[in-house]
Design a protein around this ligand. Sequence first.
Ligand SMILES: [Mg+2]
Length: 278
Amino acid sequence: MGDEELLRWVGQLEHIALDMDGTIYMGSDLFDCTLPFLALLREKGIGYSFLTNNPTKSAEDYIARLASMGVECAPNQIYTTAMGAIDYLRTSRPELRRLFILGTESMTREFVAAGFEPTADSAEDEPDAVLVAFDTTLTYDRLCRAAWWIAQGKPYIATNPDRVCPTNLPTVLVDCGSLCAALATATGREPDITIGKPNPDILRGVAARYGVAVERVAMVGDRLYTDVQTAHNAGAMGVLTLSGETTLADADRAEQQPHLTINSLADLGELIKRAKSC
Ligand SMILES: [Mg+2]
């Protein structure tokens, strides 16, 4: 994209959907540029929200976590893949009420609050569907129980396709996509639907909620196969930030190129200042 076209696009932005891990913070460290960037968006009248594939925390827990880092976030500014799964089930599969859930307690509480009933880890307690999430409390028995119901042909929904979750700790956080890979090996079935990025419905939902055209939304994130792909799939602007897991070499090799690649949110802030002053 040429410089002029880029500035025009940035100048027309009405909403920025921000990935969290690797984009506004890494693990528990908020990036220095995050608060000034959000202040700039408020000053320029550009809306923003946080769109994360990570469903381990409820919206309430995310808001508290962001507040502890100094980031103000209203309940309507956060959207997780657990919320996406709830919206999907309500609108597309309302008959599925009883769920066998591989997920954290915080996430399961969100489903209970939304009227769903989690089933027990027992062959006697038959669910309507299986929901597999990024389960940081995973146990072997529950993984086997999920595999059993999936093998029985129950509707199978996954919250997010991520293979790993970024971290600054010396470990690999095995994410929902990897659990689904294990279940696929065990059962021969892939999820019937995976809710999170790159499924464009999640970004179209953001645009609809804020009443803006999806072409005037930018999705900013540190991953090609989720964040940038979502933008392409939805017809939004895809901004890759190199502040997380993707290197410039990865970006150069990518089949679907980001509309814009930045080192951090500070670069996008500079572009917004230029675009909004012309
Ligand atoms: Mg990320």
